[in-house]
Structure formats: C-alpha cells, structure tokens
Ligand binder design. Structure first.
Ligand code: HEC
Length: 143
C-alpha cells in the first residue's frame, strides 16, 4: 500500500505535537486558585524534612539565609520563611509549592527548571513547615 508510510509519519507527527502540548501544560505557571486546591502528596516525616533541608541548603540559603530568616548577608528583600504571618503569597501547602515552582513577587526566581521532580518541591514545602513555630506546623507523621 502506497499510503501506509505517509500515514505512519503523520501519526508520529501528531503524537509529537500532542506530547509537546502536554509538557507545555505541565510547565505553565499555576494560578493561585489552582495552587490552593493542591494536596501535598508527600507525608510530613523527618525523612522528607531532611530531604528538603538538603535542597534548601543548595538552592535557597543564598537569599533566605541558613536559618530561613533572611536576616544576615541576604540578597534582595527575601521573606522570613520562619514566620508565616508576614508572608505575601499564601501559606497553604499548594501555595508554597507554587511560590517555589513558579517564583514569587518580583525577585523570587522560579525553580521548576532546576528542581525537576515535583516530589522534591514537596519535600521543600515540608522542610519550610519545620521552620515554623510549633503551633503552626502540621503533626509529624512518623514512619
Ligand atoms: C534570588 C533570591 C532568592 C532565592 C535563591 C530564593 N528565594 Fe524565596 N524569595 C525571595 C524573595 C525576594 C521573596 C519575596 C517575594 C515577594 O516579593 O513576595 C521570596 C519568597 C519566597 C516564598 C514566599 C513567601 C511569601 O511571602 O508567601 C517562599 C515559600 C520561598 N521564597 C521559598 C524559597 C525556597 C524554598 C527557595 C529555594 C528553592 C527560595 N525561596 C530561593 C528570594 C529568593
């Protein structure tokens, strides 16, 4: 059949385009409303907090400081991450996820291209919770 080959090629092209649309969608910034609907799929455990701590040291302390308070030697006007009452971009798990993934305000960069695994973003959310006053932290789920 003469038509068979062009048809397969066409199908491959359609497949590629569809995959491209899909990945664009995944990388598009989340709206605030969508972010609020997100549920943290990673339980708040010591192990998760430890994993978040590693990435925090690597990517975040330059602006937010070792202790997250953004007090010493800190670039720009970074938020004190230990005090959710002064935050400007939302304090639900999904909103924190969004601030890290897509950036926040004028000078907090997006990290989705450096931290590719969503799970690692959630570990950071959990780590940030561990910096909060005890009364505002979620209960630790031991495993
Ligand atoms: C280049 C400096 C810089 C780096 C690096 C940086 N941040 Fe930020 N961050 C900021 C600034 C500035 C703000 C305040 C944004 C604004 O104006 O609301 C901010 C805000 C935030 C917020 C939102 C707080 C709020 O007001 O709601 C979170 C959460 C956050 N940062 C987490 C992180 C994490 C986690 C990392 C590492 C993955 C990180 N940041 C890396 C500068 C930085």
């Amino acid at each position: 059949m003469a038509l068979e080959k062009p048809c397969i090629v066409l199908l491959l092209i359609i497949g590629r385009v569809a995959a491209g649309v899909q990945s664009d969608k995944q990388d598009a910034p989340l709206s605030a409303a969508d972010a609020r609907k997100l549920k943290n799929p990673v339980p708040y455990t010591k192990k998760s907090i430890a994993q978040g701590r590693g990435n925090f040291a690597r990517y975040c302390t330059g602006c937010h400081g070792q202790d997250g308070k953004a007090t010493v030697d800190v670039v720009a006007d970074a938020t004190d991450l230990t005090d959710p009452s002064v935050w400007r971009n939302g304090t639900t798990d999904g909103e924190i996820f969004r601030s890290i993934r897509d950036g926040a305000g004028a000078s907090m960069p997006a990290f989705k291209s450096q931290i590719r695994q969503e799970e690692d973003l959630w570990h950071l959310v959990n780590y940030i919770h561990s910096l909060w006053p005890e009364s505002k932290r979620p209960p630790l789920q031991e495993k």
